[in-house]
Write a protein that binds this ligand. Sequence first.
Ligand SMILES: Nc1ncnc2c1ncn2[C@@H]1O[C@H](COP(=O)(O)OP(=O)(O)OP(=O)(O)O)[C@@H](O)[C@H]1O
Ligand SMILES: [Mg+2]
Length: 285
Amino acid sequence: MGIKIENLFYTYGKKASNSTLALNDVSFAINDNDFVAIVGETGSGKSTLAQCLNALIIPDKGQVVVDDIVVSYKNRKSKKMRDLRKRVGLVFQFPEYQLFEETVEKDVAFGVKNFGVKNEEALEEAHKALAQVGLDESYYKRPPFELSGGERRKVAIAGILAIKPDIIIFDEPTVGFDPASAKELMGLIVEMHKHGKTIIVITHDMDLVNEYAQKVFMLENGKLAFEGTPSELFLHVQNYDRLDIPKVIKLALALKEKGMDIDINSVRSIDDLIEAINCWRNKHE
Ligand SMILES: Nc1ncnc2c1ncn2[C@@H]1O[C@H](COP(=O)(O)OP(=O)(O)OP(=O)(O)O)[C@@H](O)[C@H]1O
Ligand SMILES: [Mg+2]
């Protein structure tokens, strides 16, 4: 089933003289349990697209189809938009700024209660979600503002997990994190993927794309400019200086040019590159 994005158009400030066409005829599909990345320069339309995927923004033209739910201008008032928000969870950029309840557990339970779940059951779901992000019961009664930035982001993510969406969109999940915290967070996202969730990560971090994404979509001025695997993207954009090709890929490409027949598709990390070099050496010694 998955997600089908069909000829989406969206303009901000339609009545203003300085309106912005943020999505310009975007179409692509994401399969169930895919792990995909959406990339593109600042202002290319990534966050606008993310908000269309869970009907926070209703497209002017075109539609998003998630299973039997169709997000379109015509359906903008349909009760199904609510069902969709349960199906597709969106973790905003810097979600930790949106915590507002007096305790961690209340904050995580808030979204669940919004879907009509009774308080006790909502707290139970909140506790399960907190465990999934690695926060134990010592956190339940703490005020969110006392936590570190990383812990707060985990609380915000637990708030989405507690709703049990099948599809989770992360808008710049690792921004502002040190490498160890970023890796830990990506580890959590990988776990969610292993448990069957469809994962959509919006990011400017090409190392992250290379290491984790099965497929990548690039937006440019509101249009879909590329879709393919990460390595296909890096080959495609080699001379495109606004996208930072991972160093490990640059090195692999340089070695390939010197005559080492390295399969760029297999190079997701430094360890993969070392393995590819060792493999080449074994063949040629
Ligand atoms: N609320 C808004 N009102 C008016 N214009 C907006 C609004 N939000 C976004 N835009 C404009 O729409 C275009 C797409 O913005 P969007 O936030 O989707 O880009 P993005 O790819 O997420 O960028 P970034 O990488 O900086 O997060 C930009 O030109 C932006 O200035
Ligand atoms: Mg954005």
